[in-house]
Ligand binder design. Structure first.
Ligand SMILES: [Zn+2]
Length: 212
């Protein structure tokens, strides 16, 4: 049994180096991508949608040419464990999802997926084995058509310089960048952000920092 061009073992090594750990969701995600790819016509240039931001986008990025960075993968976060690969020009595609009905035959996977078991009572190795044994048997597939126009343009359009932070941003966002309009993740003022690290603040190095 393979996942894309990889043996299960090779895929799990790949997952570990990219994702940090062999998360159950990424093993399932591997089977999902594999199933979807086998069901789109050969030679079709496809884009991808992940309906969740957890785990699944990484399986897509590992097994297809679609990444968040190149714009071929979009995360439309419905919180559903589902993905879609579709013809990037025509919109015709396949959608693969975790089938809750089929999950009833796989109680260990179901209990993990629905968080019915406390973490301390879980057996990660057994769960992994069950997931590999189940393969695509817990998945279902449907045909979909993607409203490509409704997804919105990928391009940024004209670029302006923000009068507050002096950084470049898409001009269509308004007279200043979205971060300076408020609502960003930082509770630090643009002036503070422009300063270097405070003296005594340790600079973080290591795998995480290097990856970014
Ligand atoms: Zn700004």
């Amino acid at each position: 049994m393979n996942i894309g061009p990889y043996t299960i073992d090779d895929y799990m090594h790949l997952v570990k180096s990219f994702h940090g750990n062999v998360a159950p969701g990424l093993i399932i995600g591997g089977f999902m991508v594999d199933l979807a790819m086998k069901n789109i016509p050969e030679g079709v240039l496809f884009d991808a949608i992940s309906e969740t931001s957890s785990c699944l986008p990484d399986a897509i990025q590992l097994l297809t040419p679609c990444t968040v960075g190149n714009g071929w993968l979009r995360v439309v976060n419905f919180g559903r464990y589902a993905l879609c690969l579709y013809d990037k020009y025509q919109g015709d595609g396949v959608r693969v999802f975790m089938d809750t009905k089929k999950l009833q035959d796989w109680p260990e996977i179901r209990d993990w997926f629905f968080k019915l078991k406390a973490k301390k009572d879980q057996d990660p190795a057994a769960l992994r084995d069950h997931i590999i044994e189940a393969g695509t048997e817990i998945l279902s597939l449907g045909r979909v058509h993607v409203d490509i126009a409704g997804l919105g343009k990928k391009g940024k359009g004209a670029i302006a310089t923000c009068p507050t932070c002096n950084e470049a941003y898409p001009a269509r966002d308004g007279s200043s960048c979205l971060a300076c309009q408020g609502g960003g993740p930082y509770d630090t003022s643009p002036e503070e952000q422009a300063q270097g690290p405070r003296p005594g603040l340790k600079v973080v190095t290591g795998t995480k920092a290097e990856k970014d």
